[in-house]
Every structure is written in C-alpha cells, then in structure tokens.
Ligand binder design. Structure first.
Ligand SMILES: [Zn+2]
Length: 242
C-alpha cells in the first residue's frame, strides 16, 4: 500500500482508494481484516500527507451476506463498491475467473446467470456507491464463441436501468491496463447504454492489485467516458457526472 501511494504521487494522481475485498463466499480466506486494514490506511496517510487516501471495500455478493455486510459497514468507509464474481451453475458456486469454468458450451448460459445475479444485487437493499466490473466474465471468455455485447443487450439494459434507479456509479474497470477488448469492463457499447438507461455517474478503477499497475489504462477510460457524455468535476477525486 505504501508503494502504491508512492506510485500515485509519482503519477500525479489527486487521490487513491484502497478497496480491499470482502468475499464471504470464499470462507475464512475472504474475511476482511478490519484492524490490519485501517492500521495500514492510517500509516499510508501519515507517510503521504499530500495524497488523498480513501478507505474502501469491494463487497463480493453482499446481497447473499446481508448480516456480514451490515457488520462490516459499521466502519466509516469512503468508497463502497459491490460486485459479483461467482455464479451458481450446475449446483455449484464458482468464480468466473476459475480456469476451465467458462467453456465454449456453457459460457453463454453462465453469463446470463451472471447478469441475473448482478440484477439481484442491484435490487437488494444492500448499501453501496459503485457497481464494480459489470461484465467481469468477459475477461475470461473462451475464444469460441466470441463475446458480443449485443447478444445480451436486453439483460444489460435491465441491469443498467436498475443501477440508474439506485443512483449508483458505474465503474469503468481497466483491469491493470491490459488489452481493452477483453479487459475494459465495461467497454464503450455498454457505456452508451448506461447513458441511455439514465445512468449519471462513472467511477474509474484500475483493479491494480500492485503498485506498477496503478491507474494503468485510465487514459483510454477517460476518453471513452468523455465520448459517452460524462464529465470530470472540479474536485479531481470525484466521480464523473453527466
Ligand atoms: Zn472484483
């Protein structure tokens, strides 16, 4: 975290948010280390007074863990993201990133189930500000059949409409700046649907997980957000609005 702050200053970023995972679905490995986390945040703030350091959490499937979510959010986080990583498929719950899970035969069905799960998250009463990496399975899509957003337009629009009603920000996740065709979540087509469905707010995330990937891919993300009609605010650490 200290190195990430150092990198943020080097890049001239006005702020950084550490949105640590809370993934109850993973069992003990996914539990949020509350004391360790806030201790680290305080040490980063002391060492980098010129940088705005936001505390944060990425809640994994919080609608399935309302009690745990409520307990965790008793802490005052600056940024609360929510996301879906896991899909229930053939009686098992699996993270879409797991190798061999998104097979050419199953991927279309799994993705529809994934988007239904995102809709369930949005229709739940779990409190959060940002919907993270809306089309996450795209990163792990098999080369056959290709990924085409238009195949899922109806499902996407239902999700985006629900997100707009809740007034959450849609995250543009650049996945450490890797190949945007596969790793920009979501891409320009979905960003336009977001605007059309009444979405007003965008947030940027590089999902860096390491200092060297911090803010990687933000240039393209900013370009696409601007092309879709979203604008930066006077406060450079704020969301983009339209
Ligand atoms: Zn995630």
């Amino acid at each position: 975290m200290q190195e990430s702050c150092h990198r943020a200053v080097e890049l001239g970023l006005p702020a950084i948010a550490f949105t640590e995972h809370a993934d109850w679905i993973r069992g003990p490995a996914g539990v949020f280390d509350y004391d360790g986390y806030f201790d680290s945040i305080e040490r980063c703030r002391a060492a980098h007074p010129s940088l705005r350091i936001l505390s944060g959490v990425e809640l994994g499937e919080p609608h399935r863990y309302p009690k745990e979510t409520r307990a965790l959010l008793a802490a005052p986080f600056d940024r609360v993201l929510a996301s879906v990583h896991c899909v229930e498929w053939k009686g098992e719950t699996t993270d879409a990133c797991e190798q061999g899970f998104l097979t050419p035969t199953d991927v279309v069905g799994i993705f529809r189930v994934y988007l239904r799960e995102v809709l369930a998250l949005l229709e739940s009463d779990q409190p959060f500000q940002v919907l993270a990496h809306l089309d996450y399975p795209k990163r792990y899509w098999p080369s056959r059949p290709g990924y085409l957003e238009s195949h899922y337009e109806e499902e996407f629009r239902a999700v985006l409409h629900a997100a707009a009603l809740r007034e959450v920000a849609l995250e543009v996740n650049t996945t450490r700046g890797r190949n945007p065709g596969r790793h920009l979540c979501p891409g320009p087509v979905v960003l336009n649907w977001w605007r059309e469905e009444g979405g007003r707010t965008i947030s940027f995330g590089s999902d860096a997980h390491s200092p060297d990937a911090l803010a990687a891919g933000f240039e393209l993300a900013r370009e696409l957000a601007a092309a879709a009609g979203f604008k930066p605010q006077a406060d450079p650490a704020a969301f983009w609005f339209r």
